[in-house]
Design a protein around this ligand. Sequence first.
Ligand code: MLT
Length: 408
Amino acid sequence: MASININYLNLPGDYLFLEISRRLQAYAAKNPKRNIIRLGIGDVTQPLVPAVMSALSAAVLEQGNNETFRGYGPEQGYAFLREAIASACYAGLGISAGDVFISDGSKCDIGNFQEILSPKSRVAITDPVYPVYADSNVMAGRAGRMAANGRFKGLIYLPCTVDNDFVPQLPEERPDIIYLCYPNNPTGTVLSREQLSQWVNYAREHEAIILFDAAYESFIRTPGIPHSIYEIDGADEVAVEFRSYSKSAGFTGLRCGFVVVPPKVRARGLRGKIVSLRELWSRRQSTKYNGCPYIVQRAAQAVHGVEGQRQTSAVIASYLHNAGCIRRAFESLGLPAVGGIDAPYVWVRLPEGTNSWQFFDALLERVHIVGTPGVGFGPCGEGYFRLTGFGNAQETQEAVERLELFSL
Ligand code: MLT
């Protein structure tokens, strides 16, 4: 009989959002008449914008025509999309179309990228954190077992709580790989240019690699907040950036994202030989991935056009409006919150001693709203709760009215 990868045995019970969905389904089955408002997983509710729909429809027709039909595409993605990304997102930052790798979304990219780095690498993650960074390193055997305090023994944790304004401090112990996500999921906070520069300088000094998740970049409204890590000098030597069309253009169902791997980002191979991560990622993708569908890449290209930008910005503004309303509703209950200004997530601080899964149950049972318990993102998330601005406007208003009547 074959044996399994026993690292999988170290994974926590279920992926966080699966556990939430199971609890929700159990509650809905017992209470079929309840109008439950779902503000848990960050899934979009507004449809694709017209500019995207017309590019998608045109591409679908091309696929049914002898002259324009396309089979396998380039594994790295079509040049038309990589060029649009390089000029729309990275003008003046030294990033070229050759550094961009198109994919079916950031979750897969950020889960897979660690694969090209040594299984012995030391990994630093923030706490709380998007669970994929931790879980993918558990699968790869870098994290070891979870200790009684809810932390994996092999990972380096960077606490982000009210005590440090949710800004991670540089680690005492040197990591090889550092995961950063800004605007942050789950706290909705951002890093200033100075704060991000500290991380880039640290990575350069300590020969570490930053895996920078910028999936929520398009929600940044505060002037001066960096949209890309490559705005920081020297980041192109140490950072890989991940972006997604899921939240910025409603592609959670359509699926498209990309990774930027500049040629100067390198790591050690055998006998200290320096290897370019771009070459290695290209090798990995061309072996394991057949590329994002042509029609989806045409749809993504339309996001960068004038109409695509205007239309998707309006959708993002409406999600930010929702997030602002949610944040104010909690504040009016006397519960301090962060986020919701440059990010779709609102991170609420629960009263001293309140357990975040108990709060999840109370909110679901008493006002029929689903959120995400902070502890699901790591032990430092205990005592916090996350809601998203991705609901539809009417339901979010209804949720706000229900919240105003809610008391613990
Ligand atoms: C979230 O709710 O944290 C996100 O939707 C998860 C994801 O993007 O995979």
